[in-house]
Design a protein. Structure first.
Ligand SMILES: Cc1cc2nc3c(=O)[nH]c(=O)nc-3n(C[C@H](O)[C@H](O)[C@H](O)COP(=O)(O)OP(=O)(O)OC[C@H]3O[C@@H](n4cnc5c(N)ncnc54)[C@H](O)[C@@H]3O)c2cc1C
Length: 502
């Protein structure tokens, strides 16, 4: 019998596995994907981790020297205190986030990420110095404190998998957990699995950590709980995150928790695949909406693109796009925005779904082939341009209050007339990242039952946990949550396994 069986080899599961190994437990990680086609959400991610810190020195201990001393505006990044992280998290979730879980994640964010760096995951700072000598986040419009895995999600994954190999934590690829059965007298678990090549295997374990992600890749489950139309969303990450671990734990007595009708969903290029593409996933990111306008097929705006920093709006605007005719929208920019767009907008391949025009009428005319009402689009932009308050200076670094007035939906920050050619339109749809409903856990990552008692020997972390996010999400929280709760789960599962074996 293995001490700890971890279901899912993403960031949360690997953090649990490494923490359990370090605590002396033997560990097997079950992973649904085949080894040569492996791609968890953590793999597809941008590798940005949100964390609380009190000085840049604390960050540099993780990332190495940032090289930003003396840069203008560097004081904006000097600290991101725990109180600010918690208040940003609370504000954007309508103060519904589980207060104890979010507090533990925030309080341990610096320590857990320092641990990850110490054991060998390479990080860098996302703070760059731009051409004017100003320090800014590499993703303009991002807000909060961050570090970034070197080489993003693939770099993070490579580091975690090679650490697991060195630590002798075995990974069984092509192994999908389908059921969890408690051994009588609470003496461990049997994890029943379907093998990729056919057949099944049963893994006996003292303790189990469920780290198999959300249910976003199950179109039917999405439509049933997120609502009509959600079966049509594109999946940004792993096609294996169909909620198998959540389903098995619920059937074994776990309580469900959180915002089951909510999810993280973004503007995502229509040229993407139906789930994450290992060769080119980052090409499809479209997070620069604060610096342009977004219209639907009727040529009408339907969101306040500048209601908050992009870090606090991108994860909720996918839902708004899904609600538009054809589940489609176009992000329109003029040449002034090109330095503010994230690097993903630089790809000009067909999957970028990009249309350009030397004038707005030309751009609008070219979009007719995509079904867009060109006359309405031209009128929307002309009306938008007239409504911009030119007296307020534009600044991408703060919520500048440069807004429109008198529109049906005003843009309340970063409003700039679209008047400088060339103009660009990027066609986007809704890309779902992960679902918010999941398993109920306590601050020791122990899965709870309906009575609020721990289910013996059962732990959960990562997207499989419910109660952390409601309606919306602060960028970079997913990976941090997976690391903090993954480490807690791994240590707890290792200790419980030793007790149970004694
Ligand atoms: C395109 C993209 C960009 C993102 N960028 C960021 C970012 O920069 N910062 C951030 O914080 N978050 C980001 N996220 C979100 C972040 O990736 C997730 O919150 C986090 O990686 C979740 O980690 P996890 O370990 O819970 O899930 P995953 O990393 O998805 O791991 C779950 C694993 O479980 C496996 N699995 C599923 N079901 C089973 C089963 N029944 N049996 C066995 N194995 C199973 C899956 O194959 C997968 O490998 C991004 C997500 C995407 C898709």
């Amino acid at each position: 019998m293995t001490d700890v069986v971890v279901i899912g080899a993403g960031n949360a599961g690997m953090c649990a596995a490494l923490a359990a190994r370090a605590a002396g437990a033997d560990v097997i990680v079950l992973e649904a994907a085949a080894k040569d086609a492996y791609g968890s959400d953590s793999y597809f991610s941008g590798g940005l981790f949100r964390l609380a810190y009190d000085s840049l020195t604390q960050i540099e201990r993780i990332t190495g020297p940032m090289g930003v001393e003396g840069a203008k505006g560097v004081e904006d990044f000097a600290a991101y205190p725990q109180a600010d992280f918690l208040s940003d998290w609370g504000r954007i979730t309508g103060y519904r986030t589980d207060p104890e879980l979010s507090a533990v994640i925030v309080e341990q964010s610096l320590d857990a990420l320092s641990w990850l760096a110490q054991i060998g995951v390479p990080f860098r700072s996302p703070i760059v110095v731009d051409g004017s000598g100003r320090a800014r986040h590499s993703r303009p419009g991002w807000h909060g404190g961050f570090i970034e895995a070197a080489a993003a999600g693939p770099g993070l994954t490579e580091a975690l998998l090679s650490l697991a190999e060195k630590a002798d934590a075995r990974i069984s690829y092509g192994t999908t957990a389908v059921a969890l059965e408690q051994v009588p007298d609470q003496r461990g678990w049997t994890v029943r699995c379907r093998n990729a090549g056919g057949g099944s295997t049963a893994f006996p374990a003292q303790t189990v950590v469920v780290a198999s992600g959300g249910f976003q890749a199950d179109a039917e489950w999405r439509a049933r709980v997120l609502g009509p139309g959600w079966d049509l969303a594109k999946v940004r990450g792993s096609r294996h995150n169909t909620g198998g671990g959540i389903r098995a734990a619920l059937a074994a007595g776990a309580a469900s928790h959180g915002n089951w009708s909510g999810c993280h969903a973004v503007a995502w290029s229509v040229g993407s695949g139906d789930s994450g593409r290992r060769d080119a996933n980052h090409v499809f990111e479209r997070e620069s909406h604060p610096f342009g306008v977004t219209v639907n097929v009727h040529g009408r705006r339907f969101i306040d693109e500048g209601s908050d920093f992009g870090a606090y709006t991108y994860a909720k605007y996918g839902r708004e796009i899904l609600a538009q005719a054809g589940q489609t929208a176009w992000q329109i920019f003029d040449a002034k925005a090109s330095d503010l767009q994230t690097s993903e907008y630089r790809y000009k391949n067909p999957e970028a779904a990009r249309t350009t025009g030397g004038s707005l009428p030309e751009l609008a005319h070219r979009l007719v082939a995509r079904g867009v009402d060109a006359g309405s689009l031209a009128a929307t932009v002309a009306e938008f341009n007239r409504a911009v308050d030119e007296s307020v200076p534009f600044s991408p670094y703060i919520k500048d209050g440069r807004r429109t007035s008198g529109l049906a939906i005003d843009k309340t920050n970063w409003a700039v007339a679209l008047d400088t050619p060339p103009f660009e339109a990027y066609e986007v749809t809704c890309g779902i990242t992960f679902t918010f409903g999941g398993l109920k856990v306590d601050t020791r990552a122990r899965v709870l039952d309906a009575a609020g008692d721990p289910v013996p020997g059962l732990y959960a972390c990562g997207e499989a946990v419910g109660g952390l996010y409601y309606f919306n999400y602060a960028s970079g929280t997913g990976l941090t949550s997976g690391t903090v709760l993954g480490r807690i789960a791994g240590r707890g599962a290792a200790r419980a396994a030793k007790r149970s074996a004694a």
